[in-house]
Design a protein around this ligand. Sequence first.
Ligand code: G3P
Length: 217
Amino acid sequence: MKFFVDTADTRDIADLAQTGLLDGVTTNPSLIHKSGRKFLEVVKEICSLVEGPVSAEAVALDHATMMKEAAVLRNIADNVCVKVPLTIDGLKTCKALTSDGAMVNVTLCFSANQALLAAKAGATFISPFVGRLDDNGLDGMQLISDIRLIYDNYNFVTEILVASVRHPIHVLESAKIGADVMTAPPAVIRSLFNHVLTDKGIAGFIDDWQKTGQSIL
Ligand code: G3P
């Protein structure tokens, strides 16, 4: 499963990229707002930090203007992936862009039927928001299972990008279901490293090492 980080904070992106486990980045207008930076400038910097897809969201709601925005975004770098909402105009834009060789991430997916539409429109990625479904008393991970089943039934190549990931169990369940990608905030990715027995083991080894009185350097 590929790991994307869901942030526009370039310090976090640069730090996580050093671990070698970062396959891409996703941003959205809320994350750009949180960064306090200019959209096009921050996307350009992110694209220089990672080789994989960097999702940058079009904000127009009509197809014609979305296409104009997409042209600007695609001009930033080769690894820009244009993000469009799951609407009729969004999917028209998806079809036009992917037919022209661009990467497209169809976002704000909350049903398996919506995911089916995105795959038929040639989406590179579909982004089902599991956390927001859970927040509303629905089962986010069941949606991922349903989309996996449907995509496998018809050999769709659209990659399932699990979004709105809130905790390590979302990551674990995504991997068990066979999602292609998950995108999570930096704190969730860092939490995956944690285990109480790892911490306890390190403390025990360091304690015994100090008792030897030796030094490696
Ligand atoms: O980037 C899309 C998605 O991951 C947003 O997550 O936490 O705002 O629901 P969240």
